[in-house]
Design a protein around this ligand. Structure first.
Ligand SMILES: Cc1cc2nc3c(=O)[nH]c(=O)nc-3n(C[C@H](O)[C@H](O)[C@H](O)COP(=O)(O)OP(=O)(O)OC[C@H]3O[C@@H](n4cnc5c(N)ncnc54)[C@H](O)[C@@H]3O)c2cc1C
Length: 408
């Protein structure tokens, strides 16, 4: 008999959601997490939409909420502001991840911290059919045998690497400071200012009592912190103090925190015999603003539900689990279209971005067909050259960045 039904690699939002769903379904679950603590170091702006919380049927406790927010304000290089009004939360993400895992432990899951998976071996029966896994790694509970694996190891994509599955993942770098005394009106500020974040954007994500995550994503990984410092120096944030986030050890030198985010879209293969990839490990992030928590939570739940049926039906074949690929292809917006919009967006100069922005309605979230036609007319009259820059694709990608489409 294997040690457990499901081994979950990684205790981030994807792993937490998979572990909770699987243990609620009565499966035996072991979660292995490479870090000594769940949730830290934080590598996230920490925002999550109401819709994500509703979608996952989560009842967030107060201590994981850093601020209730009204939505996103998109700010363009000339200062033009537009809104994507969809309410949500700024989280204390490490506390959120711990809460999620604690919920699954209450339902019977086991968590082994400081356990890093380094090898995965499929065991076959006499008929040469997949039977179970033997998972090995650094940590005294290894080797662990299990019927199925959920790979929720984030951007490192451990199963894809170890099993030599197709891995064509491109990443972008993101860093942020925790800042103090930052005023807020309940909106998250996203600055589309190429000067400060080539092929990315800058954010101010507020928390209560004037705390805020101020950060950026950019394809220029080496220059990221330099750009961030420059943005702070050149804006209203210039004199605001920076601090270390509460989860860092006291006395440490203040420095930004962050990580990398997959930006090339879902991996071409996200299932195998007895295996499902979820969250960042599957390449699931929102293509324009690169949020991934909602998608990780959703895919973790979807994977666990399917594995519960597969174990019940005694069929963990890749073919059976391909229902997962059908499910995410049906739910997620067309990635290629949004990438097209994103590329068109990043090809615009500061001036073109601002010209486009001035033709947009105040609210970007719920443009009607009439609104879109009206914008089209304004653009045609005021800035016809923008049509040649595929600005319509840009507008479409804004639409797809809503929480409804797993944007945040
Ligand atoms: C700077 C930055 C800002 C972001 N801001 C936002 C935001 O505001 N909103 C949002 O929705 N998304 C945001 N994201 C993206 C978001 O953080 C991720 O999409 C999300 O955390 C993915 O969840 P996950 O569970 O798939 O992976 P992760 O959260 O990365 O969790 C993976 C876990 O697996 C563990 N692990 C890795 N390898 C192994 C191994 N071999 N063995 C055992 N354990 C292993 C890791 O230690 C980690 O704990 C941001 C990302 C960055 C870098």
């Amino acid at each position: 008999m294997p040690d457990c039904d499901i081994l979950v690699i990684g205790a981030g939002p994807g792993g937490g959601s998979a572990a909770l769903t699987a243990s609620r379904k009565g499966l035996s679950v072991i979660v292995v997490e490479a870090d000594p603590e769940v949730g830290t170091p934080v590598h996230c702006g920490e925002c999550l939409s109401d819709l994500a919380v509703e979608n996952l049927d989560l009842d967030l406790p107060e201590e994981v909420i850093a601020l209730r927010c009204k939505g996103i304000r998109v700010i363009f290089p000339d200062g033009t502001e537009k809104k994507l009004t969809e309410s949500g939360y700024v989280l204390e993400k490490h506390l959120f991840e711990r809460w999620l895992i604690d919920q699954s432990i209450e339902k019977g899951a086991m968590l082994h911290r400081k356990h890093r998976v380094t090898s995965m071996e499929r065991i076959y029966n006499k008929e040469n059919q997949f039977n179970n896994w033997k998972i090995n790694g650094k940590g005294d509970q290894f080797p662990i045998t299990c019927r199925a694996v959920v790979d929720a190891s984030g951007v490192s994509g451990v199963a894809s690497k170890l099993l030599k599955m197709p891995s064509e993942v491109e990443v972008i770098a993101g860093f942020q400071y925790e800042m103090l005394e930052v005023p807020n009106d309940g909106y998250l500020d996203f600055y589309l200012w190429p000067e400060y974040s080539p092929h990315g954007y800058v954010w101010m994500i507020p928390k209560e009592k004037g705390r805020a995550n101020v950060g950026l994503v950019t394809t220029d990984k080496k220059g990221a912190v330099k750009y961030l410092n420059q943005f702070i120096d050149d804006t209203y944030l210039k004199d605001n103090p920076t601090t270390n986030p509460p989860w860092r050890k006291e006395g440490m030198k203040i420095k930004p925190f962050g990580g990398t985010i997959p930006i090339s879209g879902p991996r071409s293969v996200t299932v195998g015999d007895g295996l499902i990839l979820v969250g960042d490990a599957a390449g699931f992030t929102s293509p324009l603003f690169e949020g991934g928590s909602h998608l990780a939570l959703w895919s973790g739940r979807e994977a666990a539900e399917l594995l519960a049926s597969a174990i019940h039906d005694q069929n963990l074949s890749k073919q059976y689990l391909s229902a997962y690929e059908k499910a995410w292809k049906k739910r997620f917006p067309p990635y290629d279209k949004i990438l097209k919009g994103k590329n068109a967006l990043y090809a615009l100069s500061d001036k073109e971005l601002s010209n486009m922005a001035r033709c947009l309605p105040e609210e970007l979230g719920n443009m009607s067909v009439f609104d879109k036609l009206w914008i089209g007319c304004k653009l045609l009259i005021r800035h016809p050259m923008l049509y040649t820059k595929r600005v319509i694709s840009v507008l479409l990608s804004f639409g797809y960045s809503r929480a409804k489409h797993f944007g945040w």
